[in-house]
Each structure stands twice: as structure tokens, then as C-alpha cells.
Design a protein around this ligand. Structure first.
Ligand code: ADP
Ligand code: ZN
Ligand code: ZN
Length: 735
């Protein structure tokens, strides 16, 4: 036993430790970092991943246990994958075991061996190997099957056998019953890219962008592809990915949400077939593992995926692209709070390949990285072909009576558009009928009993529904306070706009797209394809409708309410507003007919609105960056947010006060600033009181050196046990 190596094993969970074990008894395999082990844990057993092999341990010999078995013979995660995960755990100060398990498909995290890779193949048994071919003269199909299987000891996929030998399931079943063959698992066969079908000639700007990245293949180099909506960014991605795959390498394309990019997927699949693997949260677990395995084994060259796809092992990675890099969905907002965009850059640096961040409205962080010379900018300033960027027109709605959110001027423009047989798209980022109901007699409001928020009125569902905690109750017939039946909606959601549109344009087919109207599986795809087929002159929706879609016949886009974005409490509010406006505006006039964009606002003179509509995103971004610099906000500083919540109102603040005390003591040269503790913007949510503490630093390095020590100290605070707390490095929202 003295010579036994010590296995250091990571387990998922909140504890920031690795666990020491002895190797399993009589194991035929050499321990390898990145393999899974089943280990005894308490009264049961768990699955862990081997992170390191050591000579010694501090665990006393009588408490040191043996692992039960080594599950994988080959590492599931290679050294470069683990390097990225180590980096992420350290940077985001999240427990390593949790980070590692986050990177694995669910099927591989569990005890059971019913993994996603079904027993898809058969192979000869020892008995089958002794069968005399002569004896099968009367059964040519069985003979053919035996012959084929005798060529390989690993077996073959059933579907391939049936196809090649022109045999049926029945033949396989007969031999299984005879015990001549047995089921086995065959690694999925490779999915090479078979053909490239691409008829589009790149324009000169696209070609320039492709060439400049092309020249950097084989080494790390970050690019910002800043191309207006409809400028052909996707085509640039396609060409570069083809090139990389042609060199025998793999390419990773991250997208914000798969459901919202069916057209992008179709384009890739059409041109590169099953060489394109897709990973996103709506996949069945087994399917996800199968795709993951083919990428890990290098059997598939291309992965298109959402946030967590950034961790997928790809041994020959040659290019990473992050589409819509400014999108908030790249930041995980709970648990392991990483930014997939930022990790994509780290991964590119670690494996030595170019990383392209693409957007029509780049984040201020990325724009600053360009001016600092860290990223190379590639520009596509014009739309492809004859399409023009649509003008942005402000509609002043001060003192204007709105009908279901629509101003008379807007209704007139809609009438014109529909009269010309063109399509109009209306955008309102709020689902439901109205954000609240009020009693006209006493002023009662539909407050959520569990949150500092109002419950949204969903008229079709006859519900009041809190969008923050999920709390629901039946729509009241009368005021619970004074009994008055005079309850009225305040403000509007998409349902109410839909109702107004149907009143003004009876008989005009309308498609409403929000989470309520597309909650059924497949509903979104269905409605999108009907829109594409031109069935709906009127489109109405939340941001589900704003992103990525290419609706060639839309000429009029109307944004019903932008004003929240101008005065949001968050210093990022105006950036988000500008990105969303341009994203939505980008749906107009994408083909032959020119488009226009109407923006309803009560603040038409607001300087940011003026800048954005008159001079465009870049001018807006310059101004916004100046403001950030003056206020020393990111990207001119770095932030960490410590959040705490508890059902007991005073606990979060007590904890944060202790945390700040410890943090100040560790802040040797005083380079960090502490803001708070303050109540969270929504101080009560789902029955819990929430508060946070913001730490800011002009430089990243001292912040991170301090952070590591701080986290290990606050973990030990007795106050920490009374709250749920979390660390958010580079927070994107203060919520
Ligand atoms: P973006 O991703 O920048 O919004 P897309 O790549 O989706 O733009 O391009 C918009 C449309 O223009 C697509 O239908 C695409 O097929 C087409 N397109 C792109 N590049 C070219 C080109 N060079 N010539 C003709 N059509 C193009
Ligand atoms: Zn009342
Ligand atoms: Zn609520």
C-alpha cells in the first residue's frame, strides 16, 4: 500500500476541495487524469473525476479509502480541456469540481451506466467465432452477417450492417438468440464534411475579412467582426469554417440561442451536412452526449452551440467564433457565473487559434479592446447587395393618446405598409396583457406577495403571474381591498397590443411571438416558417423576434417603448437599449425594398436617442465609453459582486458587513473600492431578502489576487451559513 499512488478526485458541489483516494483494487487500468471514478462517499457512492495523481496524502491511513472502480479507460477530458476548466474555476472563483461537472453532458455525470451511447452495434461472440460457414449454406444472410463481423473484433453498427448487407432486423435477432453475436456499443462513425455547396460570391469587404483571419490561422489572434445587420457576417463565418475544416481542423461557433437561429443552422447544415454538430439545452440528454462524444473524438469537425458548448472537448480546434458577442445570454446568471464569450478568448489563447467576435452592435468592452490594440477590427459597414440600412425615425408620443400602445401616427404608417402589401414588425419586450392591474376606486395594485414587483396580467390565461418568482393566482373579478369591480390594466404587454392591432386591422393575419405563444415544443419553428412563407403581414413580438431572423419582406419596424432603457438604474442600461434598438431595426428592409424604423418615445430630445438615431451605433458607443471612463465604470475598471439572500431580513446585510470587514483587512495597499452593502434592485424576491456588495478595482490583477484570499475567508464566516451567497466576477447585471 505504501507504493500506491494517491488519486485526487473532484466532485460536483459547493466545497472547494479535492478528495484523496487509493486506486481501486485489482484495476486493469493505469490511472489517468481526466477519467471518471466511482468512489465510496459517506454511506453511498459518487462519481468523481481524477484531477491529479500524488505520492502522498494528509488523510490518515485508517480513513483513506479505495476508489471502487475506474469508469473510463481513456480520459473524458484531455489536458487542454482541464486547463481551460482550471482557469475558469480560478477566475470565477467557483469550486473546481462543480466547474468540471458543468462541462460534462448530464448522462456522464450520473451513476448509472445507461449512457447516451446506446448499444448500437453487434459483434461476434466466442461461440460465433467457431461457427462453420459450411453449416450456413441454407442461410446466406446469416452467413453474410457472420462473415462481415469476422472482419472486425470491435463489431459494427446495426444500421450500417443492415444497409450494406441488405438484411433485416430479424436476421440479427436470430443470431443474437443463437448466442453467436452480442450487442455492443460502437463509437459513432465519423461525420466528415462531404461537400461544400456554396453559390454565393463574397463581396470585397467580406473577402477582406476572410483573408485577414485566414492569414492568422494556426495562432491565437482575437478579431472583432463589426458588421451591420444584414452585412453578411454569417457568410464570412461559413467560408472560414470551411477553410479550417479543409485543413483537417475543428471549428466552434457559439450562438446566443439555438431556437432563435434556425436559419443560421439551416445554412450550415445545408452546406456542410452532418459534419455540423449542434449542442443546446433543449436536446435530449442522450443525444447531447452522442454529439459531444463525436466532437471529443475529433469525429465531427464543426460545433454550433450555446453558452456551455464553449467547454466541449475538441482536440483539433482551429477556429472559434462568437456570434452576437454582445448578447447577455453568454453570461451564465446563476451558479457558475461564467462568460462564454470571455472563455472563448481564453480557449483560443490556450489552444492557439483565432477567435472572432461578431456583432452589429459590439459590446463596449470589445470596442475598447479594439482601441487598445488587443483585438483586430474587421468591418462590414454595408448591407449585402442593394439592401440599405433603414433610417431610424423618432415618434414623439408626449401628450399623445395611445391605443393599446399604438400612437395614431404609427397606426397610419402601418396602414400604408399593409396597403402596399409589405410586412410590418412591432416590437415590445413585455409579454402578457398588461404589466399590472389597478383598482380604479382605491388604487390597489397587483403586487406580488413574494417580490417587490407587480404581477403581470395574462388575460388569455386569466391569470396574474409574477415574472420574477413564477407566483400565479386567478385573475380577480373585483378589487380584493375595496370590492370595486372597476379593475383596469396599466401599461401594455404583447397580448394587449395584439388586441389593438386586431381591432385596427381586422382580418389581417398576425403572428405574435413571445414565450407564451411559443411555449409548445416546435411551436416557434412552425410559426417562423409560416412567417417566412409570407402568411402574416403583421408580426408582433418580444426579443424572441428581434434576434438574427431574416424576414426579407419586412419593411416597417416599430419599437413601441424604449424609454425604460434611457433611465435604467444599471449603468449598462443605455448600452443594452441601443443594442436592442439596432438589433430590432436590423429586421427592416433586408432585401430589395427599403425599410424604415419608427421608435415611439416620450424623450425624443434625450442626447443618447439623438446620437443613436442621427449618427449611429459607433458615435453612440464613443460617447457611452467617454461616460464610462469619466465614472470609472467597466471597461475602465473591474468589478466583483458578492450577492447574499435569506428568508430572514437581516441576515444578508450581517453577512455582507462581515465580508466587507474581512475584505478591507486583506486590501493591503488599498487599491480596491468597496460599495455597499446595499439592497439589491429588487430587494425582495421569491420571499427572500437580497443585498449585495460591489468591489471595484482599476486593475484586474490586484483584484484577483485579493479575491482568492477573500473567498476562502468568507467561506469560513459563521454568518455565511445563514445566507445563500455567490460571487459574480465581471457582473453584467446587478439584479
Ligand atoms: P448578417 O449575419 O451580417 O446579418 P447574413 O450573413 O445573414 O448577414 O446575410 C444576409 C443575407 O445576405 C443572407 O440571405 C445571405 O445569404 C446573403 N448574402 C451574404 N453575403 C452575400 C453575398 N456576398 N452576395 C449575395 N448575398 C449574400
Ligand atoms: Zn379597490
Ligand atoms: Zn414574485
Amino acid at each position: 500500500m505504501a507504493s500506491d499512488p494517491i488519486l485526487q478526485i473532484a466532485l460536483p458541489g459547493p466545497l472547494r476541495v479535492l478528495y484523496d483516494y487509493l486506486p481501486p483494487e485489482n484495476t486493469p487500468h493505469n490511472p489517468a487524469v481526466g477519467c471518471r471514478y466511482q468512489i465510496p462517499f459517506g454511506r453511498s457512492s459518487r462519481i468523481g473525476i481524477l484531477m491529479a495523481i500524488n505520492a502522498k496524502t494528509d488523510v490518515p491511513p485508517d480513513r483513506l479509502k479505495r476508489a471502487l472502480r475506474q469508469i473510463d479507460t481513456q480520459p473524458l477530458l484531455g489536458s487542454s480541456d482541464l486547463r481551460l476548466l482550471h482557469w475558469a474555476a480560478n477566475y470565477y472563483q467557483h469550486p473546481l469540481g462543480d466547474v468540471i461537472f458543468h462541462a460534462l453532458p448530464v448522462t456522464l455525470r450520473k451513476q448509472s451506466n445507461r449512457s447516451g451511447s446506446r448499444q448500437n452495434g453487434v459483434r461476434l461472440t466466442a461461440l460465433g467465432n467457431t461457427v462453420n460457414p459450411e453449416s450456413l449454406r441454407q442461410a446466406p444472410k446469416q452467413l453474410a452477417l457472420i462473415r462481415a463481423l469476422s472482419q472486425t473484433s470491435e463489431g459494427m453498427e446495426r444500421t450500417i450492417l443492415m444497409q450494406r448487407l441488405q438484411i433485416s432486423q430479424a436476421v440479427i435477432r436470430v443470431l443474437l438468440e443463437k448466442g453467436w453475436i452480442e450487442r455492443c456499443q460502437i463509437p459513432e462513425s465519423p461525420h466528415p464534411v462531404t461537400s461544400y455547396s456554396n453559390e454565393i460570391d463574397l463581396n470585397s469587404e467580406q473577402r477582406e475579412a476572410v483573408d485577414r483571419v485566414y492569414r492568422q490561422l494556426g495562432g491565437f489572434r482575437p478579431f472583432l467582426l463589426h458588421g451591420v445587420t444584414g452585412s453578411g457576417k454569417t457568410e464570412v463565418y461559413l467560408r472560414l469554417i470551411e477553410t479550417v475544416v479543409g485543413r483537417g481542423q475543428q471549428a466552434l461557433l457559439l450562438v446566443p440561442e439555438i431556437g432563435l437561429t434556425p436559419q443560421l443552422l439551416q445554412r450550415f447544415q445545408k452546406s456542410m451536412g452532418t459534419g455540423v454538430g449542434v449542442l443546446h439545452s433543449a436536446l435530449a440528454d442522450g443525444e447531447r452526449e452522442r454529439v459531444w462524444q463525436t466532437l471529443r473524438r475529433g469525429q465531427r469537425p464543426i460545433l454550433i452551440g450555446t453558452r456551455s458548448a464553449v467547454f466541449t472537448p475538441m482536440p483539433n480546434l482551429g477556429l472559434i467564433i462568437v456570434d452576437e458577442e454582445h448578447d447577455l445570454s453568454y453570461k451564465q446568471q446563476e451558479g457558475f457565473r461564467y462568460s462564454a464569450r470571455d472563455l472563448a478568448l481564453v480557449r483560443g489563447q490556450q489552444c492557439g487559434c483565432p477567435v472572432i467576435l461578431g456583432s452589429a452592435t459590439p459590446s463596449l468592452e470589445s470596442l475598447r479592446n479594439v482601441t487598445e490594440g488587443r483585438y483586430t477590427r474587421l468591418s462590414l459597414p454595408q448591407r449585402v447587395g442593394n439592401a440599405r440600412i433603414p433610417p431610424l425615425i423618432l415618434l414623439d408620443i408626449r401628450n399623445v393618446h395611445l391605443d393599446g400602445g399604438l400612437s395614431p401616427a404609427l397606426i397610419k404608417q402601418l396602414r400604408q405598409t399593409l396597403g402596399a402589401d409589405e410586412q410590418a414588425l412591432l416590437f415590445l419586450n413585455r409579454r402578457g396583457y398588461a404589466p399590472m392591474l389597478t383598482c380604479h376606486a382605491c388604487g390597489w395594485l397587483t403586487d406580488c406577495p413574494r417580490c417587490d414587483a407587480r404581477m403581470t396580467h395574462h388575460r388569455q390565461l386569466r391569470l396574474l403571474w409574477c415574472h420574477h418568482c413564477g407566483h400565479q393566482r386567478r385573475e380577480p373579478n373585483q378589487c380584493p381591498e375595496c370590492g370595486s369591480p372597476d379593475l383596469r390594466p396599466l401599461g401594455q404587454g404583447t397580448e394587449r397590443v395584439e388586441e389593438a392591432l386586431q381591432r385596427h386591422f381586422p382580418g389581417t393575419p398576425l403572428a405574435r411571438i413571445d414565450r407564451d405563444s411559443t411555449s409548445r415544443k416546435g411551436a416557434l419553428e412552425q410559426i417562423l416558417s409560416r412567417i417566412k412563407a409570407g402568411e402574416f403581414p403583421l408580426l408582433l413580438g418580444t426579443q424572441m423576434l428581434a434576434k438574427g431572423h431574416h424576414f426579407p419582406d419586412v419593411t416597417l419596424v416599430a419599437i413601441l417603448d424604449v424609454d425604460q432603457g434611457l433611465f435604467g438604474a444599471d449603468f449598462r442600461a443605455s448600452e443594452r437599449m441601443a443594442q436592442l434598438v439596432l438589433q430590432v431595426a436590423g429586421r427592416a428592409g433586408r432585401a430589395e425594398r427599403p425599410g424604415r424604423v419608427l421608435i415611439q418615445t416620450r424623450h425624443p430630445d434625450h442626447p443618447l436617442m439623438q446620437l443613436l438615431t442621427k449618427r449611429g451605433y459607433e458615435a453612440f458607443a464613443d460617447e457611452a465609453l467617454d461616460e464610462r471612463r469619466a465614472a470609472a465604470f467597466p471597461p475602465y475598471s473591474h468589478q466583483v459582486l458578492l450577492r447574499a439572500e435569506s428568508t430572514k431580513a437581516t441576515d444578508p446585510e450581517n453577512f455582507l458587513n462581515q465580508a466587507i470587514k474581512v475584505g478591507r483587512a486583506l486590501n493591503g495597499n488599498g487599491s480596491l473600492e468597496f460599495w455597499g452593502p446595499v439592497p439589491a434592485p429588487m430587494a425582495r424576491k421569491a420571499g427572500k431578502t437580497r443585498a449585495h456588495l460591489l468591489i471595484q478595482s482599476a486593475h484586474r490583477r490586484p483584484l484577483h489576487q485579493w479575491l482568492e484570499k477573500w473567498v476562502s475567508e468568507i467561506t469560513r464566516l459563521s454568518e455565511a451559513r445563514r445566507v445563500r451567497w455567490s460571487i459574480d466576477v465581471d457582473p453584467q447585471e446587478m439584479l
